[in-house]
Design a protein around this ligand. Structure first.
Ligand code: PGA
Length: 342
């Protein structure tokens, strides 16, 4: 396959701004990839090989991204960003939609690198905040693809202590040091199988915030609680206890995920009306704890069997600001869900 190499205008700009040495490194690197070329910046250069998708290469603080499509290779040069700033992601925009992938306990690093390589270019969009919450050992596989894009890295749990004899646990500072900007706290599976309580959720929420990580704090009722008619009471209590002693300024950085337990991984989605009713009740309790302006800043996700088929209708609800996606985040369906949030 022969590809025509085209530099995006942004790449030209970046190349012009770079230190001479970095520039030379990038050009040299491209030269090794572009056969028979002495001036790889020229439009119309040929690049031979069987390339698919995109490849990424890091030079100093810059990332060179080559996207291969229809015999054209578009080259971009992007300055590598640091960890996403939770202030940017946590409510300064008028409740920008936030879609988080919860990969749970799935994939090996090789599988994750391959999948993230396909997924990230599809969800690297400015209109929606996208977070991939991966198992700890897959962070590298995600970050190598997400660094320098709009896609953020998230964890699925953390401990509330700073450090010490807590075998098997991970601290907020450890997460922060490896570019994690979000952490799921109090997922129902952790409450169900790992003794997570509203009290530990509260400690973890406060610790994450103090480390500059945005908590995605989960709440939701069981089927029994729904049948007993205590759904709203239950989630109000979870929110009050989870946010105990969290200031209004910090609360605005928290993302709340409403996940009815009976809808998680079951293929049964709450009806749009049920999801909106619960999310509106969460906003109401946030107004009571803080004030309307704080409550209006906090993003509330729905989670539980979200798919491309039901996403758009859920996102059209006034109090649903995105989704926490489990099963459908393990395929490119996730990109369709992000698309529905635009
Ligand atoms: P699900 O999981 O989309 O597979 O129902 C959601 C979640 O547990 O976060």
């Amino acid at each position: 396959m022969i590809y025509r190499v085209v530099f995006s205008s942004d790449a030209e700009k970046q190349l012009n701004k770079l230190d001479k040495s970095v520039r030379v490194q990038i050009i040299d690197y491209l030269k090794t990839r572009i056969e028979g070329s002495t001036n790889p910046r020229m439009l119309g250069n040929a690049m031979t090989g069987d390339f698919k998708g995109s490849w990424r290469y890091k030079v100093g603080k810059y990332r060179v991204i080559c996207d291969f499509k229809d015999n054209i290779c578009v080259v971009q040069v992007i300055k590598v960003g640091h960890r996403k700033n939770v202030y940017d992601l946590g409510g300064n925009d008028m409740r920008k939609k936030i879609i988080a992938a919860n990969w749970k306990m799935n994939m090996t690093p090789a599988e994750a690198a391959r999948f993230a390589g396909e997924l990230v270019p599809l969800v690297d969009v400015p209109e929606v905040d996208v977070v991939i919450c991966a198992p700890f050992v897959l962070f590298g596989a995600v970050w190598v693809n997400a660094e320098g894009t709009t896609v953020a890295l998230g964890a699925q749990n953390m401990h509330y202590e700073d450090k010490g004899a807590f075998t098997g646990e991970i601290s907020a500072d450890m997460l922060s040091a490896v570019q994690v900007s979000h952490v799921i706290i109090g997922h129902s599976e952790r409450r169900q199988y790992f003794n997570e309580t509203d009290c530990t959720v509260n400690k973890k929420v406060k610790k994450a915030l103090s480390a500059g990580i945005a908590p995605i704090m989960c709440c939701g009722e069981s089927l029994l609680q729904r049948e007993m008619g205590i759904t709203i009471e239950h989630i109000r209590m979870q929110i009050k206890l989870g946010l105990l002693d969290v200031s209004a300024g910090d609360a605005a950085k928290v993302v709340i995920a409403y996940e009815p337990i009976w809808a998680i991984g079951t293929g049964v989605t709450a009806t749009t009306a049920q999801a909106e009713e619960a999310c509106a009740a969460i906003r109401q309790v946030l107004t009571e704890i803080y004030d309307k302006s704080t409550a209006d800043k906090i993003r509330i996700q729905y989670g539980g069997s979200v798919t491309p088929a039901n996403a758009a209708e859920l996102f059209a609800q006034p109090n649903i600001d995105g989704a926490l996606v489990g099963g459908a985040s393990l395929s490119l369906d996730f990109a369709k869900i992000v698309e529905a949030a635009k």
